[in-house]
Write a protein that binds this ligand. Structure first.
Ligand SMILES: Nc1nc2c(c(=O)[nH]1)N[C@H]1C(S)=C(S)[C@@H](COP(=O)(O)OP(=O)(O)OC[C@H]3O[C@@H](n4cnc5c(=O)[nH]c(N)nc54)[C@H](O)[C@@H]3O)O[C@H]1N2
Ligand SMILES: Nc1nc2c(c(=O)[nH]1)N[C@H]1C(S)=C(S)[C@@H](COP(=O)(O)OP(=O)(O)OC[C@H]3O[C@@H](n4cnc5c(=O)[nH]c(N)nc54)[C@H](O)[C@@H]3O)O[C@H]1N2
Ligand code: SF4
Ligand SMILES: [Mo]
Length: 751
């Protein structure tokens, strides 16, 4: 099996992919592999499939970024297939990707702008001009009366790079507010701050192809099997290919399917990852398994870290983590003996009031063992959403500017102002409000209006009571979505119809810095428009037309590209034409550059002194810990067959059949303590609110901890888990602690 092409899913000749709209692929056999219920199924194209027109795209769900081929006919998407030539998946798809056609044209698709005259009246169909004029008039007044920081955008890692770019340009360069934050704040912010503080630059150093070259894997705070199924499949196949040589460690308070491939499963107490990682380093140092030369040449800060890890002998670390000292010794030895080791992590580390520290600690492990910058190595945070990475590139968080620049840095502001042709001093030097801060400011009346694009905060924000208050208090709430109603559109004053996946073109960047172009295959319904076009039309209504006169997504990309010149993520050599032939990994600064699989291969990191930094952290308790009244830890997350707030997967029968209803996972020992039986309706209560769901008893969750998925929202008649969660956030990344709050559980009374 060659590392470049780990699976051969295309049998016979490769399909001939024809670029551009409405062109036909030669009818050859395309195979796809679907991971359904854990089984791998290969499905050839049928005779009927060969009549379809096929376009290239990328799955709009998770950050794996699988390439897909979209088969359409008569303006409808009929089939998708894994793209056998895409480097993320080589033809593989999971069950969500395989069922994409079913979410495109649904009865609740938004096709026209809608507006309500007053809060009390109903949403009614309106024209684009009337809708955008109303927003422009009201925003002008708000900005005049209260300044530009009284308006805000709350956007999404599911927008494409071109959407992200125009929203940022409008807000930060023209309206004069940095209040543009993204749901990535709930998702990736701690990974960004972890990479930037440790390595000097954002984004994973390695690539997926490293999976086939690694012989040690640490999967920590990630349910990869459920949430990044195709990447998991690559790791699993790597393990199976060399079962004795390849070692896998999984650390999670829940023994998920991800742990099925583990040589060592560590059922750690939620929130204790810093203790685990410091403990592993302690053992590695004692056992002489560190790379002293690498530490000496390429890092700073080891002296301080050495003192900190002194305090984490296996006995103490294990006691904090609720596991055995030998398990920490074994984890350290497995990691230390690997010739090439990779770590993967996601929300189990990021969604924490110590998320940045946890990211730093994983990176410490790699720096101390020299497991970085070589093939098969590296700390690799899995991005959740399909374009969370592109959002980071285009400055889609409240403290960023395009091209990995910072709002607080004067030279960065000057550079962007110059490129945007706006006067010096236009960009506000103060970072904007981050997600939780923004909703608080709305609830307190400091921000008067919010424009929400491509996210459903009335299900996904922590402490929904706060989010509800925020939208109720706001003078004007605007929501761009593809469906109506959602829990958020139903509270909006204006609902604007967006063109969605397969109905528009653009670019996105997956977990491994790989940029792909997605083709438009079909037309959007009636008046729906790509998000970037909606923002450009609004800019015209605000009298800012000339800076937003883009006619195509490609023109937007070409302008964005100029802002990356000379930056670490330089995409000067990326064009739509090149991307149509195949994906490219940044940096890719010139047209002849072949893209970058690995960064820091010369041991020079992005801090000014060229060294990576060891950043030392002690274990600290989460923001809210269990007590007598709220004796259990609630952790929240995902299931394999639902996507987020279910606006898409909730409409797909085969997925709904697999995950029909919400649930609460509880250890039988806790169930006995609270007199709860399997299958009963249970209420979880916190200081903020309550949520009820069916109880699933399982030994796979650590006693003292319960779990609920966050997918089910109020429109599904279910009590929503984020009624209970906590908005406390990490001081550096400002990412909220969605993985830990204190709750009680009891039998629901209204059974
Ligand atoms: N099927 C599906 N796939 C998805 C998504 C989806 O909604 N559905 N969403 C996408 C997005 S945006 C994201 S961000 C990713 C998220 O992907 P993941 O991070 O893998 O998903 P989660 O279920 O949120 O959390 C992962 C695991 O963290 C564990 N955990 C909780 N607390 C701790 C802790 O303190 N320490 C450790 N070590 N582990 C802990 C949980 O038990 C859980 O199993 O998934 C992406 N993929
Ligand atoms: N308790 C708890 N809460 C969590 C998490 C957790 O682990 N636990 N995870 C957090 C994380 S990591 C994330 S990423 C968030 C995700 O949370 P959300 O972003 O709120 O979830 P989605 O359901 O993906 O919302 C996307 C919305 O955009 C719409 N949409 C889809 N495509 C388009 C488009 O092209 N244009 C427009 N305008 N709209 C479109 C969809 O219909 C949907 O309403 O949830 C966060 N909340
Ligand atoms: S692994 Fe992620 S990107 Fe790939 S098909 Fe599944 S949901 Fe889509
Ligand atoms: Mo996410």
């Amino acid at each position: 099996m060659s590392p470049e092409r780990p699976f051969d899913s295309a049998q016979g000749a490769r399909p001939e992919l024809v670029e551009g709209r409405a062109k036909r692929v030669e009818p050859r056999i395309v195979m796809q592999v679907v991971q359904e219920t854990g089984d791998i199924v290969e499905t050839p194209l049928t005779e009927d499939d060969l009549k379809l027109t096929w376009n290239k795209s990328v799955c709009p769900y998770c950050g794996v970024g699988c390439g897909v081929l979209v088969g359409h006919q008569d303006g409808r998407v009929r089939k998708v297939r894994g793209d056998p030539n895409h480097p993320a998946n080589f033809g593989l798809l999971c069950g969500k990707g395989a069922t994409l056609p079913q979410m495109v044209q649904t009865p609740d698709r938004l096709a026209h702008p809608m507006m309500r005259a007053t809060r009390e009246s109903d949403l009614q169909r309106t024209s684009w001009d009337a809708a955008l004029e109303r927003i422009a008039a009201q925003w002008r007044r708000i900005i005049q009366d209260h300044g530009p920081d009284a308006v805000a955008f709350y956007i999404s890692g599911q927008l494409l790079t071109e959407d992200y770019y125009v929203v940022n340009k409008l807000a930060k360069g023209f309206l004069g507010t940095n209040n543009v934050d993204s749901n990535s704040r709930l998702c990736m912010a701690s990974a960004v701050s972890g990479y930037v503080t440790s390595l000097g630059a954002d984004a994973p150093p390695g690539c997926y192809a490293d999976i086939e070259l690694a012989d040690g894997f640490l999967l920590i705070g990630t349910n990869t099997a459920a949430c990044h199924p195709v990447t998991f499949e690559r790791i699993r196949r790597r393990k199976l290919a060399a079962p004795t040589r390849v070692k896998v460690i999984v650390a999670d308070p829940r023994q998920t399917r991800t742990a099925e491939i583990a040589d060592l499963y560590l059922p750690i107490q939620p929130g204790t990852d810093v203790a685990l990682l410091n403990g592993m380093l302690h053992v590695l140092a004692q056992a002489n398994l560190l790379d002293a030369q690498f530490i000496h040449r390429h890092t700073t800060g080891w002296d301080v870290l050495q003192q900190v890890i002194e305090r984490y002998p296996p006995d103490r670390a294990a006691a904090l983590c609720g596991i055995e000292p030998d398990q920490i010794r074994e984890a350290a030895t497995l990691f230390g003996q690997a010739r090439a080791a990779m770590s993967f992590w996601s929300m189990g580390l990021n969604q924490s009031t110590h998320g940045t520290a946890k990211n730093n600690c994983v990176i410490n492990l790699h720096l101390a063992t020299g497991q970085i910058g070589r093939p098969g190595t590296g700390p690799f945070s899995l991005t959740g959403q399909p374009n969370a990475m592109g959002g980071r590139e285009t400055g889609g968080l409240a403290h960023l500017l395009p091209g990995h620049r910072l709002v607080v840095k004067e030279q960065d502001r000057r550079a962007v102002e110059g490129l945007w042709g706006v006067p010096e001093g236009r960009i506000n030097p103060k970072p904007g409000l981050t997600a939780v801060e923004l909703f608080k400011a709305l609830a307190e009346g400091r921000v008067k209006s919010v424009w929400i694009l491509c996210t459903n905060p009335m299900v996904s924000m922590p402490n929904l009571a706060l989010a509800r208050q925020a939208l109720a208090k706001a003078a004007l709430v605007i929501v761009n979505d593809i469906y109506h109603p959602t829990e958020t559109t139903q509270l909006a004053d204006l609902v604007l119809p967006a063109a969605q996946w397969s109905e528009r073109d653009g670019t996105l960047t997956n977990s491994e810095r790989c940029i792909s172009y997605v083709e438009q295959a079909i037309d959007p319904p009636e008046e729906a428009l790509p998000d970037w076009q909606i923002i450009c039309r609004f800019a015209q209504a605000m009298g800012l037309g000339s800076a937003f006169a883009f006619r195509t997504a490609e023109e937007v990309y070409e302008e964005y590209k100029r802002l990356t010149h000379g930056q670490d993520l330089d995409v000067g050599g990326v064009t739509y034409e090149r991307l149509k032939r195949g994906s490219l990994q940044w940096p890719c600064p010139t047209p002849s550059h072949r893209s970058t699989m690995r960064r820091f291969t010369n041991g020079v990191f992005a801090h000014p002194d060229g060294k990576a930094r060891f950043l030392s952290h002690d274990y600290e308790a989460p923001a809210e810990t269990p007590d007598e009244q709220f004796p259990l830890i609630l952790t929240t997350g995902r299931v394999r067959d639902q996507w987020h707030t279910m606006t898409r997967t909730g409409k797909i029968p085969v997925l709904m059949k697999k995950e029909p209803e919400s649930f609460i996972e509880l250890n039988p020992a806790d169930a006995a303590r609270f007199s709860i039986s399997d299958g009963e309706l249970v209420t979880v209560r916190s200081r903020r609110g309550a949520a009820s769901a069916m109880c699933r008893l399982t030994q796979s969750i650590k006693p003292g901890t319960c779990f609920m998925p966050f997918h089910w929202g109020s429109l599904r008649g279910a009590a929503v888990v984020n009624e209970t969660t906590l908005e406390a956030f990490d001081p550096v990344s400002k990412q909220p602690e969605l993985k830990f709050c204190a709750v009680s559980v009891e039998k629901a009374t209204n059974q």
